[in-house]
Design a protein around this ligand. Structure first.
Ligand code: PMT
Length: 340
């Protein structure tokens, strides 16, 4: 005989009559999104890894922690995904910035598009060289080609330092759904370190997506679509306001604004600041993003601060992130000291 009857209602879900009637709360677009979209199955694993990382730095290293988001999210068109919408980002900004944060004493959670550029290994991948070009054969053994050895030693030392001090945690995503769920989990955990948390949102997040309710299970068949594929996408809710107000209210939040038309960049950056009420927008243009960016901050006299590489810096391959990160850290230090 069974110990339960399926005809009995679950007590936890029964209506509690002791609670007075309130008008039903309206769900925000962000809440609706999470209600109607399933979390990735591996999320609890990530949650526990991130929690351990944050607790270690809170109790042992006392480092500030930055969440760097990097690379582009995909929008699958089928559940068993053959086709998806993607964007241009290779994750250069994020991977490069992560290295400069590490060099400046931060612990880094690197939330990145899987197989996009990673800190340190970026120097040897996605380039015109094959990794074997960095090797040479000497007496039947493989060695590092001396042309690259000095440079590689510097990168190797920094990489080992980051690893040995447990300062770099790599967390992957591919789809926009995975990104949003993972961002929420990490943000909520970062509340553990309050103002010592910094968000540096360099990922290129899709603005449109296909809801799970309308997603076909199998590969779309060309015969069935009459020779045309019409895709009807919904807008991805603007999660930045949730992040600022609920998920990480004490942290310093830096978002990026990407445009291709210079004449609207500052206006769009200011609109983002007004809409989300966060602390800093870094504006960049697709065409010049590796040479110049602009810091836009709320109600500052110098509310547009351009950071540009000069000709000497460009010819000696200085990376603009080596100038951006110390400035971002200054803003974060002021935030921690309450001078903002
Ligand atoms: O990878 P690279 O080639 O180096 O390129 C780097 C970059 C140009 C991608 C990077 O510097 C950059 O500008 N990233 C942000 C691009 C972007 O997605 O902009 P957006 O206008 O869509 O979003 C603005 C901000 O709002 C972003 O920081 C994003 O995290 C956030 N956002 C976006 C959509 C959404 N639904 N919720 C959000 O919170």
């Amino acid at each position: 005989m069974k110990n339960f009857h399926t005809a009995n209602p679950e007590m936890e879900t029964a209506i509690d009559r002791s609670i007075p009637d309130f008008p039903a709360a309206q769900l925000s677009d962000e809440d609706k999104y999470f209600k109607h979209h399933k979390p990735p199955s591996y999320l609890p694993e990530i949650e526990s890894e991130v929690k351990d990382f944050i607790e270690y730095h809170k109790s042992t290293s006392h480092k500030n922690i930055v969440l760097v988001t990097s690379g582009g999210t995909t929008v699958p068109l089928e559940n068993n995904t053959v086709r998806f919408i993607d964007n241009f980002s290779a994750g250069t900004r994020g991977a490069t910035s992560a290295e400069y944060f590490l060099e400046n004493g931060y612990a880094v959670i690197f939330l990145h598009r899987e197989f996009s550029l990673l800190p340190y290994s970026r120097h040897y991948s996605h380039t015109t060289n094959c990794f074997l070009d960095y090797m040479t054969e000497v007496n039947d053994k493989v060695e590092i080609n001396p042309t690259f050895a000095d440079e590689m030693l510097i990168v190797l030392r920094k990489y080992k330092q980051a690893k040995e001090s447990n300062s770099l945690l790599l967390i992957p995503f591919t789809t926009v759904n995975q990104y949003l769920y993972t961002l929420r989990v990490i943000s909520e955990l970062l509340q553990l370190v309050g103002k010592k948390a910094l968000f540096y949102l360099a990922a290129a997040v899709s603005d449109f997506f296909l809801p799970q309710s309308r997603m076909p299970t199998h590969k779309i068949q060309s015969q069935e679509s009459g020779g045309k594929l019409e895709v009807n996408l919904d807008q991805v809710p603007k999660f930045l306001s949730r992040l600022v107000d609920n998920w990480a209210p004490s942290a310093l939040i830096v978002s990026f604004k990407l445009e291709t038309d210079r004449s609207i960049l500052i206006k769009k950056a200011k609109t983002a600041l007004e809409r989300y009420q966060h602390q800093l927008v870094i504006g960049n243009l697709l065409q010049t993003r590796k040479k110049e960016v602009v810091f836009v901050r709320p109600q500052k006299d110098d509310d547009e601060q351009w950071i540009r590489l000069n000709d000497d810096q460009i010819s000696s391959n200085v990376e603009i992130e080596s100038l951006i990160i110390p400035q971002v850290i200054k803003v974060h230090e002021d935030w921690i000291n309450g001078d903002n």
